[in-house]
Design a protein around this ligand. Structure first.
Ligand code: AMP
Length: 371
């Protein structure tokens, strides 16, 4: 794929606005895991050392648009970044009307998701962002699939838009996996909703030999197969699309599921045959038999593309399917790419040397679990 790269541009004296993924866990005003911040350092340093005035953008968590909430402030990230860069990184709170920044300086704009219109990719908001820079650099692969003002809209209106080094690395890895992949190619698409990943599902279904669906997405497929889903998260309006995908691709149905009657950390998990979900239950993970079937598929794969968890992994009782999947990918010899949604959050949660090997093999992105 041919894209304009940041490294090809002369940034001297330019205002370079770089969209990063600095969505890291913060507790009591401190960053508790800085892997994602460290990953962005080469990009920031390259722009700064080229003589750019560096304006950084990122989201953090999922705040309500239009409302400042301290827990979602990028203040702790600015401080942490300043230590790593060994120079002050000023947090700019009201930045849409103008950002003061000189060449060689690095400033971080407050959470893009505080701005009304960010999620809706609002044109007026995108134009205000674009007006702040000479060059817009997209380097947040994790949010590149979302058409939002700070990822998509701004790139349309900026004088110049280009891809940052991390994004280029991701695209190269994806290109390698997709152009001449070792077969069979297995894609796992988990997460909450079919509607947000329909394009991904449709596109992948054309290229992969087998597709595993997980999470709320799987629930929609389970419902489309005529099986009970009780009170599960699923999308009735996506049933036709799910049926079409199942008829065109090899998508194994879960054979067992882990259910609960409430969505909470104290919920009692019950493992059932996929046909036995009761009206008052929610399907919150795949069961152990299903996890074993998926692990077997992955053991035989040449290439694995993984996007999104198989269950509500933030709650331990519903994390076993995602954990087993991460372990199966780590143990396989397949070329693996993991990313999107909360995939790295899942990898971070289950950690260990095996899952870290996935991180090494592939550039990754994540978002924090919803707060
Ligand atoms: P996404 O952002 O679309 O990748 O979705 C990730 C979110 O989906 C995570 O926060 C999971 O907790 C959630 N999720 C996964 N499985 C389910 C499920 N069966 N029911 C409800 N939410 C789920």
């Amino acid at each position: 794929m041919s894209v304009l790269k940041m490294t090809e541009l002369d940034l001297a004296g330019k205002r370079a606005m770089i969209r990063l993924d600095l969505n890291v866990p913060v507790e009591d005003g401190r960053v508790t895991s800085d892997a994602r911040i460290r990953a962005t350092l080469p990009t920031i340093e390259a722009a700064r050392d080229a003589g750019a005035a560096v304006i950084l953008l990122s989201h953090l968590g999922r705040p309500t648009e239009g409302e400042f909430e301290d827990q979602f402030s990028l203040g702790p990230v600015a401080r942490h970044l300043g230590v790593l860069l060994n120079q002050e990184v000023r947090l700019v709170t009201d930045w849409l009307d103008g950002v003061e920044v000189s060449p060689g300086e690095v400033v971080l704009c407050e959470n893009v998701r505080f701005n009304p219109g960010e999620k809706a990719n609002d044109e007026a908001l995108s134009k205000r962002m674009a007006a702040l820079c000479d060059v817009f650099v997209m380097d947040a692969f994790g949010t590149a699939h979302r058409a939002q003002a700070s990822t998509h809209g701004v790139a349309q209106f900026a004088p110049v838009a280009c891809a940052g080094p991390l994004l280029v690395e991701e695209l190269d890895a994806l290109g390698k996996a997709m152009q001449s992949p070792a077969r069979p190619v297995v894609a796992i698409v988990g997460g909450s909703k079919v509607s947000t990943k329909l394009t991904v599902l449709e596109e992948l279904s054309k290229h992969v030999d087998q597709m595993i669906v997980g999470g709320g997405i799987a629930n929609t497929f389970i419902a489309a197969a005529g099986l009970p889903v009780g009170k599960s998260l699923y999308e009735e309006e996506m049933l036709d699309q799910a049926t079409a995908l199942m008829s065109n691709s090899d998508i194994p149905m879960p054979v067992d599921v882990v259910n609960a009657t409430e969505f909470s950390a104290d919920a009692v998990a019950v493992t059932r045959d996929v046909a036995d979900t009761t009206d008052d239950e929610m399907i919150l993970d795949v069961g152990p038999q299903t996890a074993a079937i998926y692990a077997d598929i992955i053991a035989k794969a040449g290439t694995v593309v993984w996007n999104g968890p198989l269950g509500v992994f933030e709650i331990d009782q519903f994390g076993a399917g995602t954990k087993a999947l991460g372990e199966a990918i780590a143990a396989s010899n397949a070329f693996s790419i993991a990313g999107g949604g909360d995939t790295l959050a899942a990898l971070e949660k289950y950690g260990g040397p095996d899952t870290r090997s996935i991180v090494h093999r592939t550039p990754l992105e994540i978002e924090n679990p919803p707060g």
